[in-house]
Design a protein around this ligand. Structure first.
Ligand code: ADP
Length: 163
């Protein structure tokens, strides 16, 4: 039985993240999503909001067996607590690889028993980032092709009257 963890900022969750979770579920017996609390970043949505948005998006997609947690601390630590032996991450363009490799190598130094596994994203999600989604929403653009419906609604509410 292999338990995997999908960690990230998810500020906000996008269809790319959701797709990764759906595909990850088919590969691993159990999958947990972990929303990272990074005190160096000022997120648009609080960790609690990001957890709620991910949960609502999973529910809407009919995915009932993936738990979502907020976590402030080392990712390898929550992986150990949840009994996960795999970190699942997505790869978009080559730029992702460089950053991802540093994280994976460092995580291996911290927790040699945990492996990082990458899934390539879908072609249609190649240019999709949470940062771009936030920017488009902030300027009043329609983000509904890029994010689950609960996230699109939350972004509209957040920027209502500000564009
Ligand atoms: P982080 O700040 O930890 O990079 P993100 O929320 O940006 O967190 O991404 C979390 C994970 O989801 C990363 O592995 C990232 O590569 C992956 N990811 C992000 N966007 C997409 C996408 N459009 N398609 C597939 N995977 C993605």
């Amino acid at each position: 039985m292999t338990t995997a963890l999908h960690p990230g900022s998810f500020d906000p969750p996008t269809l790319g993240h959701l797709d990764l979770v759906m595909r990850g579920r088919k590969v691993f017996d159990r999958l947990h999503v972990v929303v990272g609390v990074n005190s160096r970043k000022a997120p648009l949505f609080s960790a609690g909001e990001r957890v709620d948005l991910f949960r609502a998006s999973l529910k809407l997609a009919g995915i009932m067996d993936v738990e979502v947690h907020a976590w402030e601390g080392l990712t390898v630590e929550i992986a150990r607590q949840l009994g996960a032996s795999v970190m699942l991450r997505g790869l978009r363009q080559v730029g992702d690889f460089e950053a991802e490799q540093s994280i994976a190598l460092m995580n291996r130094r911290l927790a040699p028993e945990i492996e990082t596994v990458y899934l390539p994203c879908r072609e249609e999600h190649l240019g999709l980032t949470s940062t771009l989604v936030r920017d488009i929403a902030r300027m009043g653009g329609d983000v509904s092709p890029f994010v689950p419906a609960p996230v699109a609604q939350a972004l509209r509410d957040r920027f209502k009257g500000k564009t």
